[in-house]
Design a protein around this ligand. Structure first.
Ligand SMILES: NC(=O)c1ccc[n+]([C@@H]2O[C@H](COP(=O)([O-])OP(=O)(O)OC[C@H]3O[C@@H](n4cnc5c(N)ncnc54)[C@H](OP(=O)(O)O)[C@@H]3O)[C@@H](O)[C@H]2O)c1
Length: 336
């Protein structure tokens, strides 16, 4: 396992980040903890979770596992705030100070730790100005509850504005951004990637396998197999993934993977990991077998010729299957 700079922080994180979204949900706690132990043995020191994953159960399982193996001090834990955690409460979600501080306390309790390494906004919140949010996050850093702050699924303009506000106001700035990114959706290459390269923000992409599509487990004209993530789903993302255009990309991926003697998922993960400005893709194993497969990605070398072949079927900056539409503004209030 190799380690990379987490943006401009100086912190070293493994080239794969362990996504914990399945833990305590579709993956039962015992298996989740075994997956965590195996990932640490393989050299992974970077975990991603969120308060909303399985209504807090994911954080609880991570906390329990790190208590059990005594490795908390070696792990860089990233978690998130924004999504609804309190029903029937107009203040039970969002990026305002009240919610953020309450949720941070709850996450610390579930994770059984005194600090969060990277506290991320799960989404932008166009209902308030960024200085409100930044001041709350800055207070958490100053109180020692959080080491660094990051974002997820922000537009480049929103992040740029946040860096500007932080500088003007003398507050801690965001050091990471977590966007959706894989062969079927390369839209971040237009603005977010050059932004991140210019300003030293670490990109840690989510869904590097397009939720499992790029493993090759779904076949054209057939219903998704029982027990898989896409089974029984009929939403715009699933329809785009299971369209003919996506299978065209998958076919190239599978051909190239066979030539290299690796799995399609390993090649797809390696492609994300070795794209410009990427710090570490976040893998999302549901089972131990999937983790073992995903770990193999670190051995795969992507050549210029490989990139050229991928660019032909999945053009740079474009989406073959648009994976996510975020709230990219405008915002109700300005910070200035
Ligand atoms: N910031 C955000 O908004 C956001 C959003 C989503 C995720 N995330 C983070 O990113 C992480 C990864 O996201 P993701 O789970 O969507 O990533 P992904 O790598 O695109 O998909 C992972 C899924 O693919 C399937 N899979 C993986 N390896 C496989 C293999 N070898 N063989 C067969 N199937 C395999 C499994 O699904 P099945 O077996 O169930 O089919 C697995 O859960 C999450 O854990 C979370 O930490 C963040």
């Amino acid at each position: 396992m190799q380690y990379r700079d987490l943006g401009r922080t100086g912190v070293q994180v493994s080239e794969l980040c362990l996504g914990c979204m399945m833990f305590g949900g579709r993956t039962e706690p015992q298996v989740s903890m075994d997956i965590i132990d195996r990932a640490i043995d393989a050299g992974i020191n970077f975990f991603d979770t969120a308060n909303v994953y399985n209504r807090g159960r994911s954080e609880e399982v991570v906390g329990q596992a790190l208590k059990r193996n005594g490795k908390r001090n070696r792990i860089v834990i990233a978690t998130k705030v924004h999504g609804r955690m309190i029903e029937d409460d107009p203040n039970g979600r969002g990026n305002h100070r009240r919610h953020i501080i309450q949720q941070c306390e709850d996450s610390l309790r579930r994770l059984q730790t005194d600090w969060i390494d990277v506290y991320q906004l799960h989404r932008p919140d166009s209902g308030l100005a960024i200085d409100e949010t930044l001041r709350a996050l800055d207070d958490l850093i100053r109180h020692g509850k959080v080491r660094y702050i990051g974002t997820s699924t922000f537009a480049a303009w929103q992040l740029m504005e946040a860096l500007w506000a932080a500088k003007e106001l003398g507050l801690n700035r965001f050091v990471t951004e977590q966007p959706p990114y894989h062969l079927l959706d390369r839209r971040i290459e237009r603005e977010l990637v050059p932004f991140a390269q210019t300003y030293g923000v670490a990109l840690i992409p989510w869904s590097p396998l397009a939720g499992g599509f790029l493993t090759g487990k779904y076949r054209p004209g057939e219903a998704p197999p029982e027990g898989t993530r896409l089974a029984g789903r009929d939403d715009p993302r699933t329809r785009a993934l299971l369209a003919e255009r996506s299978y065209g990309v998958l076919e190239t991926l599978q051909t190239m993977a066979a030539e290299k003697g690796v799995t399609a998922s390993q090649l797809a993960l390696a492609w994300v990991a070795q794209q410009p400005a990427i710090t570490a893709p976040i893998i999302g194993p549901r089972t131990m077998e999937q983790l073992e497969d995903n770990l193999g990605a670190i051995e795969v070398v992507i050549t210029d010729e490989d990139r050229r072949r991928f660019d032909e079927v999945a053009p740079p900056g474009r989406a073959i299957a648009p994976y996510y539409e975020a709230d990219f503004g405008p915002h109700r209030y300005r910070w200035i």
